[in-house]
Design a protein around this ligand. Structure first.
Ligand code: NAD
Length: 303
């Protein structure tokens, strides 16, 4: 089986697949144009979030049987179209849960205590002691939108820090001692921090918009380690300028790589270039699961 690895995965995963007899080519900086030229002979593709597997790629992939997405969201793949061509889409949904939950938690702390802005001030040679008064996390209300794997992992950690955790999800989520499931309006009204953990879908596109910001508590802090496009970035900008939102931490953006830097002109905004799953441990787990999946597929009897 010929495998094209289009985004970076662990060397151990490549080694395991090669040892299992798969013919693996790594081209983890491949451009969209080069991918169209190259994909033809491959049976399998490995992608993370960088490579887009849209209709033109699928049309050129005349031999493709399986795409493995190392990670959770498959929104960079035209799943329906691929499946209509008999191509299977597999992913590694649980491998990045701790990494993303911990990044969201790190951002909650960084929004409570302005460590990023204080570091920038120190680098500029300043000693602005009175400028950086923060707030405490203990006793605050955290609203989590999307109570799946990552949302629940964050809820457990936040409850252990003395936060009251309110969760909202579009599906029914079973009760757990560390959270209360509520309606969206109650969450928006009561939360001091709101963290997003939902996929980007037609329903969730711009879910967090001007109307939603209007319902939030004055001085709310927002964390988005889910997907760009769930927050309406221009409504977020207005809500920060108006003083409604005291801080926002963003790992994901409507357009990646980021081109419009308007939000980062605001000192209340901190962020990162979509690194939610980028820990040594998650990278190792994702690679192991990708290798397990593809070795498994290669050993299936031909139908
Ligand atoms: P999950 O499928 O376990 O949980 C997602 C939850 O969101 C589900 O419970 C679902 O019912 C709920 N949901 C979906 N649409 C909703 C809506 N419109 N309103 C309310 N709830 C809704 O997924 P997960 O593993 O917890 O991952 C959550 C998201 O995190 C992923 O979809 C992905 O986009 C994002 N993610 C980001 C990174 C990163 O690098 N920043 C890494 C991994 C995952």
């Amino acid at each position: 089986m010929k495998v094209l690895v289009c985004d970076s995965i662990s060397p151990r995963a490549v080694e395991r697949m090669s040892k299992a007899g798969l013919e693996v080519d790594v081209d983890d900086k491949i451009t969209p144009e080069a991918l169209l030229e190259k994909i033809g002979p491959y049976d399998a593709m490995v992608v993370r979030s960088r490579t887009k597997v849209r209709k033109p790629v699928i049309d050129c992939a005349t031999n493709l049987k399986v795409v493995v997405r190392g990670g959770v969201g498959v929104d960079n793949i035209d799943v329906e179209y691929a499946e209509s061509k008999g191509i299977r889409i597999l992913n590694t949904p649980g491998a990045s849960t701790h990494a993303v939950a911990e990044l969201a938690l790190a951002y909650m702390f960084a929004l409570a205590r302005p460590v990023v802005q204080a570091t920038e001030s120190m680098r500029a040679g300043l000693w602005e002691k009175s400028k950086f008064e923060g707030i405490e996390i203990a006793g605050k209300v955290l609203g989590i939108i999307g109570m799946g794997r990552i949302g629940q992992a964050l809820a457990q950690r936040a409850a252990a820090l003395g936060m009251l955790v309110l969760g909202y999800d579009s599906r029914t989520v079973g009760a757990a001692p560390y959270m209360h499931m509520v309606e969206m309006d109650e969450l928006l009204e009561k939360a001091d921090f709101i963290s997003l953990h939902i996929p980007l879908t037609e329903q969730s596109k711009h879910l967090i918009n001007a109307e939603m910001f209007a319902k939030m508590k004055q001085g709310v802090r927002i964390v988005d380690c889910a997907r760009g496009g769930v927050i309406d970035e221009s409504a977020l900008y207005d809500a920060i300028v108006a003083g409604k939102v005291a801080g926002a931490a963003l790992d994901v953006f409507e357009n990646e790589p980021l081109t419009d830097r308007k939000l980062f002109e605001l000192p209340q905004v901190i962020g990162s270039p979509h690194i939610g799953a980028s820990t040594k441990e998650a990278t190792g787990r994702i690679g192991d699961e990708v290798a397990d999946l593809l070795i498994g597929v290669s050993q299936e009897p031909c139908s």
